[in-house]
Design a protein around this ligand. Structure first.
Ligand SMILES: Cc1cc2nc3c(=O)[nH]c(=O)nc-3n(C[C@H](O)[C@H](O)[C@H](O)COP(=O)(O)OP(=O)(O)OC[C@H]3O[C@@H](n4cnc5c(N)ncnc54)[C@H](O)[C@@H]3O)c2cc1C
Ligand code: FES
Ligand code: FES
Length: 1368
């Protein structure tokens, strides 16, 4: 689309078919900002603001009038600038279906597959699959059967692989998406509300909400096509958005304006760079390069590809991957396809769709961005064309990268990827063959993770005339992203290899040279690991040419050379098939087993989550979706970066007050009658803001209030704090220092767990002892998709209404009143739903709500905060880190007789909920019979942010510690860990001894049955043998399998409920519990229908649809308490049942009277009569659990099998099988979702998530770039879960048991399996050396990230191996 002809037009685009015309706009406005603040389309969520989560994605459609074609692709609206969508059409989830016009089958299938929990990620997920469906339709594939799309299973999975979800564990989401694929095996799809397992295939297919291909949404409205045809344009001056259409125009513009950081203009293509470099500079204008033809085309001829710098990565992938029909030789084509394949793993599709290849290279050149593209293009000797002023030059990419940073007026025009074979004419040299391979070691195989190191190797190899081997004619070895200024070539190794015949010694020497070249800069994390990756990849590349042993021989040597070469190449291809990141689909399948019970119908039914369909369409309202009231202001926190210092002043960097700033609110603004309090628990309070002294890095110091959230965020970044540390003691930044300085938080005696048995007797009975072994456990961040948020609105008579995303509004209510110095009946806190909490919105939401209230109180206007991801991550606190020292005594058969522990828990600067940690920890640790148990647990008060409840607080650590000890004992005795586990499982007697208050009755102890059951269902014994076989025959991949039990104690707390019946028979329910995505409302609805249904007999299903659970309002329902500890759903249900029972009692006499003469009565008639007779139709109650049965135990077991790659340290979870006892589940579909989601969150803790801090304790893992939660490609490939119905439990709420947290503990099975695989790797290394001693005792850290695993497998494993085969 040429934009030169007319220059006077407005910015026009369409959203969901509606026309938008903006006379002016700040050019730095993102599409997300516009959608969320200026339109009603709030389905687009802000999760990270940096392209890393997918919550904000929309479908962007562009019209090409010349070919009358519409192009549809996803983009992250948080990175896309509004001016960039001029003439485009946007479709959001609420655009392709909603409650008014009817939902799309995507929304319905997400609902039916139980694929939405908190719902915050769901609209983004829906857009991803929508885009895949739209684009599949454009292919010329054969028509699929009715109801299906042309999309394939692997495309459907890939479509959502860049979207993050913290709740579901992804399996259900993948199933919902795969249900559209024509090639899906319908039997592979998991639990859903559309069919029953035993139904026939036809019934199943027909049960799916219809996807009607012929009725698909039009993504590009006709009116906009018309406007484009009549040459739509944008007035560059008015919008400060320049779209030069040729180089000359561009050069004029470059001459006329200032460029660079903080100056006037910015050159832009996709603008995705700001996702990484979060610039706060405000540019006056932008120059968009997309409209210059030279920069936007791809040309191909026999010499290779010429790619304009503004071409998107997606387009490059497409072009390189296309079959080039003889233009290139097959191996030439192979090079392009491999480049394309590698590029396909960069970021995610919604980033690649707008990110330009030139933007990537400029970021790499100018700012040392760890680019993949630079590395892979360097290996194939690419060229670039650059203009600087009037000068235009073509230089090699290598030279370009090595030059000083490109100045801001220089433009990268194009990139040439040569057809290597055409330039080198390799085929003319007989048997010479071109080899090319690219590599990247990343925490996520499918992308959206920067690599620890990437590499690309190209070599020409030919059979040697004078020996048996292969000669390297030439090679290029490129490495990048390992902590280097730019991608480099390992020249010394290249030169060494050139002309050499490949053999063990040569490869050994080359490995040494590569190791010496790939040296990360100081300050790079895991430097030795990164260097070892380089060696590993080099080895992988050349291995098949030197390896004459078992895996590859088959008489390879001794055959004719061309045969040898063919064989070697074949082997390479074979190897590629099994390459760690080249699995054809992500998930193979999963099996879900549930046994619903009809005893309390509709309780027990796997009904879909209440309002899930609204979550999918994006119409569900979260706090930040509430429209801003008039005159609303916005706040952003300023936090301390020092752990312990005096705060002398807070100013702004610029002399002038930053844009839009209205006020800076500190503790000094707290009203005289109020108190500096930001949160409270029964253990004490934490200040809202540091007063003169900050106590941790990340502590709240102030909020800056401005006219928009963006202005507030920018101003907070511009804050400069003057600290003083004179006369202050040094901060306490370790638990050891806390002990030295006796800095502890008290644990009330009633909460300190009980020790068990006689420890010295237990130790005396032991045959062996391990003394003072040590373990450490790190923190974990919640990563709720919706960050902390609140909106405070002042009301008449000094009242304050606060909308908060919080798990305990009651406590926020009281804190706000205390802070403002007003009575509690002046405050009202309202919470409808929370976009993920996981404990992080229990205590940590209170200061956010309170800060808003304080600012609103002072400024007499509404104030809201939606925290950005970085600040949220820095202030969140998270899970408790700890250090553990243990001594354990045991018999020779593995039976443990005594365990003694010293545990130092880092609680941070204030108590928060930390005093519950010791009892939680011991509660989960006690899953085994330790014989005797003694411990000393200290809560250390340090100058770190206060740690808070995170899903399974203390329990996860307790469960892990138990497994680590079992494994240590097993290693010590050279026994299988599983047999030691089995030996130490509780009998009912020992269970009752260790869980005096919670063990329940003997028949309730279901763990032994679960233990056996999971062994059978997972074929544990057979697979253990298979793993051994696998390990015997595979040198570079090892597997491990592990079965672990879980015993987890939970506690019921008092919870209120209120049920009112309205005159039309509809029912309104309020409960203390908050809907966090855990399905609490759904269970409550079921309970209300069941309990009220008893008055009318049949028809409870009808009642189910009449019940609405409404938002929590702290003045409407008091004493709401905490939604935490896994039991709030059942307690809320019980409270509702009590209310319903009273209503039923009240209605019974009326019903008796009305029934005279008939045998049934309609619900509506009964209620109408009740209204006419003034029956009191509203009841509230407080459920107070019985002291004797308020504690109980949950049981489960899991078997996980993993495979590790010894060259990269990557762990793939091949299969996890879980059986979890939910009693008689209140809703097995909801519980299944909780189990899967919790397990995957646990996998995150044990395997992926590094919540790192600086030496001052300031969180440095503060973005989606640095903190990696599990994504679709890192969950178990096969994920089988059984929600076990263990029948009647008389003391439980309708025989049900909890599911929210305990399943998270089962993820330790993945860690244990990884440990087993590493053990096999270490045994192998040992077998290569002459040493004899056992090497099986080692600690596997948490999280077991790639560097951690690799280090234990041997950072020099390649060299050890080469030495070994060299010797033999
Ligand atoms: C979430 C996410 C994950 C990512 N993961 C990876 C990854 O794994 N591997 C990887 O290699 N990359 C990754 N990237 C980087 C991505 O490839 C780049 O952000 C993108 O290619 C930049 O292109 P753009 O068009 O958006 O550039 P812009 O953001 O528009 O521009 C980037 C910079 O380059 C300048 N610029 C752009 N084009 C030119 C030109 N032709 N001449 C001169 N200056 C120019 C701009 O002024 C700006 O300073 C990721 C990005 C995101 C957001
Ligand atoms: S909010 Fe845009 S990708 Fe996360
Ligand atoms: S449902 Fe996906 S983040 Fe909550």
């Amino acid at each position: 689309m040429a934009l030169t002809e007319t220059r006077g037009g407005s910015l026009v685009f369409a959203i969901n078919g509606e026309r938008f015309e903006l006379p002016t706009v700040d050019p730095s406005t993102t599409l997300l900002e516009f959608l969320r603040t200026q339109t009603r389309f709030k389905s687009v969520k802000l999760g990270c603001g940096e392209g890393g989560c997918g919550a904000c994605i929309v479908l962007l459609s562009k019209y090409d009038p010349e070919h009358d074609k519409v192009e549809d692709f996803t983009v992250s609206s948080c990175l896309t600038l509004l001016c960039n969508v001029s003439g485009c059409s946007i479709t959001t989830s609420d655009g392709f279906g909603n409650s008014k016009d009817g939902f799309h089958s995507i929304h319905q299938r997400f609902t039916g597959f139980h694929a939405s929990q908190c719902g915050f990620c769901t609209p983004g997920m829906c857009v991803s699959i929508f885009s895949a469906l739209v684009n599949a339709e454009k292919t010329d594939r054969v028509d699929p059967p009715p109801g299906f799309s042309k999309v394939t299973v692997s495309e459907a999975e890939k479509a959502i692989s860049g979207n993050l979800c913290r709740c579901t564990g992804y399996r259900s989401i993948a199933d919902a998406c795969k249900s559209f694929a024509a090639d899906v095996d319908i039997e592979d799809l998991g639990l859903n509300s559309f069919w029953r397992k035993e139904d026939s295939k036809d019934i199943k297919i027909n049960g799916l909400p219809l996807y009607n291909r012929s009725n698909e949404i039009c993504t590009f409205p006709e009116f906009l096509k018309g406007e484009i045809r009549s040459a739509m344009s944008l007035d560059s001056k008015r919008y400060s958005w320049y779209c030069p259409v040729n180089i000359e125009e561009l050069q004029e513009l470059l001459k006329d304006h200032n460029f660079g950081n903080g100056t006037e203009m910015k050159i832009v293509v996709g603008n995705t760079g700001i996702g990484y470099y979060k610039e706060i500079e405000h540019y006056k204008g932008y120059i968009d390069l997309k409209y210059i033809p030279e920069l936007s085309v791809i040309r191909m001829d026999t010499t290779g590809f010429d790619i304009g710098a503004a071409v998107t990565i997606s387009k490059v992938i497409e072009a390189l991957n296309r079959d080039n029909h003889g233009e290139f030789s097959s191996r030439g084509e192979m090079v392009f396809k491999k480049i394309s394949n590698h590029m396909d793993k960069i970021a995610s599709s919604f980033v690649r769709n707008t990110a330009s290849v030139g933007g990537n290279l400029v970021m790499a050149q100018r700012k040392h961005f760890p680019s993949d593209i630079a590395t892979i293009l360097l290996a194939v000797d690419s060229m670039v064309e650059v203009i600087s002023g009037p000068r235009c030059e073509k230089i090699t990419l290598e030279e370009f990268l090595e030059r000083p940073p490109l100045d801001f007026k220089s433009i990268l025009l194009s990139i040439k990827i040569p057809n290597w074979e055409s330039t080198r004419k390799v085929f003319q040299q007989g048997n010479t063959v071109l080899l090319f391979e690219t590599y990247r070691a990343t925490p996520r195989p499918l992308g959206n993770a920067l690599p620890y190191l990437n590499a690309a190797f190209l070599a020409e190899v030919s059979p040697c005339d004078t020996s048996d081997g292969f000669l390297v004619n030439c090679c290029r070895l490129a490495f990048g992203a390992y902590g280097t200024n730019h991608a480099i070539r390992a020249r010394a190794a290249e030169e060494f290899l050139t002309g050499k015949v490949l053999n063990v010694e040569v490869l050994y020497e080359a490995a040494k040279l590569v190791r010496a070249s790939v040296v990360p800069e100081d300050g790079t994390s895991s430097p030795a690991y990164r260097s070892s990756l380089a060696v590993g990849f080099l080895f992988e590349f050349f291995n098949t040419f030197i390896d004459s042993t078992a895996e590859t021989t088959d008489c390879l040597w001794g055959k004719s050379k061309s045969n040898m070469l063919a064989k070697a190449l074949k082997l390479k291809d074979k190897e590629n098939q099994f390459h760690y990141d080249k699995f054809p689909t992500l998930l193979s399948s999963g099996k879900q087993v549930i046994q619903s019970s009809t005893e309390y119908y509709p309780v027990g039914e796997p009904i879909t989550k209440s309002l899930a369909v609204l979550q999918a369409s994006g119409e569900a309202v979260y706090v930040d979706d509430i429209p801003s009231p008039l005159n609303c202001l916005y706040g952003a926190f300023i936090y301390s970066t020092k752990p312990f210092a005096r705060v002398k002043s807070i100013k702004f960097k610029s002399k002038q007050q930053p844009n839009g700033v209205v006020d800076l609110i500190t503790f000094k603004d707290i009203p005289e009658a109020g108190e500096n309090v930001g949160s409270k628990t029964i253990f004490g309070t934490e200040p809202l803001f540091a007063d003169d002294l900050t106590e941790c890095a990340g502590q709240r110091l102030a909020i800056v209030v401005a006219d928009t959230q963006k202005h507030a965020d920018v101003a907070a970044k511009l804050a400069v704090i003057d600290y003083g540390v004179e006369d202050l003691e040094p901060p306490i930044l370790s638990v050891e220092e806390a002990v030295r300085r006796s800095s502890f938080i008290e644990v009330p005696p009633f909460l300190y767990p009980e020790q068990g048995g006689d420890i010295s007797k237990g130790m005396t009975e032991a045959d062996h002892k391990i003394i003072s072994a040590k373990i450490k456990l790190p923190s974990q961040y919640y990563f709720y998709m919706e960050t902390q948020t609140a909106l405070a609105v002042p009301d008449e008579d000094n009242c304050m209404v606060v909308y908060s995303s919080i798990q305990c509004p009651e406590f926020a209510h009281s804190v706000i009143a205390k802070c403002l110095g007003i009575p509690e009946n002046n405050v009202r806190v309202i919470t409808r739903r929370v976009g993920g909490g996981f404990g992080g919105k229990a205590i940590k939401s209170m200061p956010v709500a309170t800060a808003c209230a304080l600012a609103a109180h002072k400024l007499h206007c509404p104030v809201r905060i939606y925290m950005n991801r970085k600040t949220d991550m820095i202030m969140a606190g998270g899970r408790h880190p700890m250090k553990i020292t243990y001594s354990v005594g045991f018999k020779s058969d593995g039976k443990i007789t005594a365990l003694e522990l010293e545990i130092l828990i880092d609680a941070g600067m204030s108590a928060d909920i930390s005093p519950i940690l010791p009892s939680n920890l011991v509660g989960a640790l006690n899953k085994y019979d330790w014989g005797a148990l003694a411990f000393d647990i200290k809560l250390c008060k340090t100058n770190h942010s206060s740690k808070s409840a995170m899903r399974g607080p203390g329990e996860v650590q307790g469960s892990y510690i138990a497994e680590a000890i079992i494994e240590h004992v097993a290693s010590f005795l050279s026994l299988e860990a599983d047999s030691v586990r089995h030996k130490n499982l509780h009998t009912y007697n020992s269970l009752s001894f260790f869980y005096k208050r919670a063990a329940g009755e003997a028949q309730e102890y279901t763990l032994p049955s679960i233990w056996d059951k999971v062994s059978k269902s997972s074929s544990f014994n057979q697979r253990t043998q298979k793993v051994k076989e696998f390990n015997r025959y595979n040198r570079w991949r090892k597997r491990g399998i592990s079965r672990v039990p879980v015993v987890s104690e939970v506690l019921l707390r008092a919870t209120p409920g209120k049920v009112s019946i309205l005159s039309d028979g509809s029912v309104v329910v309020e409960v203390g519990g908050i809907e966090l995505g855990q399905g609490l409302w759904t269970k409550v609805k079921q309970m209300a229908a069941f309990a009220l249904g008893s008055i009318i007999g049949d028809g409870t299903e009808h009642l189910l649809h009449k019940v609405r659970v409404i938002q929590t309002d702290t003045l409407s329902l008091t004493q709401g308490g905490f939604t935490a500890g896994s039991t709030t759903s059942e307690a809320s249900c019980e409270a509702v049942r009590l209310c319903c029972n009273v209503l039923v009692e009240r209605l019974a006499p009326l019903k008796e009277r009305l029934l005279v003469g008939s045998n049934s009565i309609k619900w509506e008639t009964l209620i109408a009569q009740g209204y006419s007779q003034s029956v009191n139709f509203s009841v509230s109650s407080l459920y107070v659990p019985d002291m004797s049965s308020m504690r109980y135990l949950n049981y489960g077991a899991a078997v996980s099998e993993v495979e590790i790659n010894l060259l990269t340290g990557q762990t793939t979870i091949l299969q996890s099988d879980i059986i979890y006892d939910c009693g008689q589940s209140l809703n097995p579909a909801v519980d299944l979702g909780q189990i899967e989601g919790a397990f995957v969150q646990g996998v995150g803790f044990f395997m992926d998530e590094e919540y790192l801090t600086s030496s001052d304790g300031l969180v440095v893992a503060d973005s989606t770039w640095t903190y990696k939660i599990p994504s679709l490609d890192t969950i178990p490939r096969q994920f089988n879960v059984e929600v076990w119905n263990s029948g009647h439990h008389k003391n439980r709420v309708l025989s049900s048991k909890a599911s929210g947290e305990p399943p998270l503990l089962l993820a330790v099975s993945v860690h244990s399996a990884t440990r087993a695989a590493i053990k096999a790797a270490r045994e192998q290394i040992l077998s290569w050396s002459s040493q004899e001693e056992s090497d099986s005792i080692f600690q596997l850290d948490v999280p077991a990230t790639m560097p951690v695993v690799k280090e234990l497998c041997g950072l020099e494993i390649v060299e050890r191996y080469l030495e070994f085969i060299g010797r033999n």
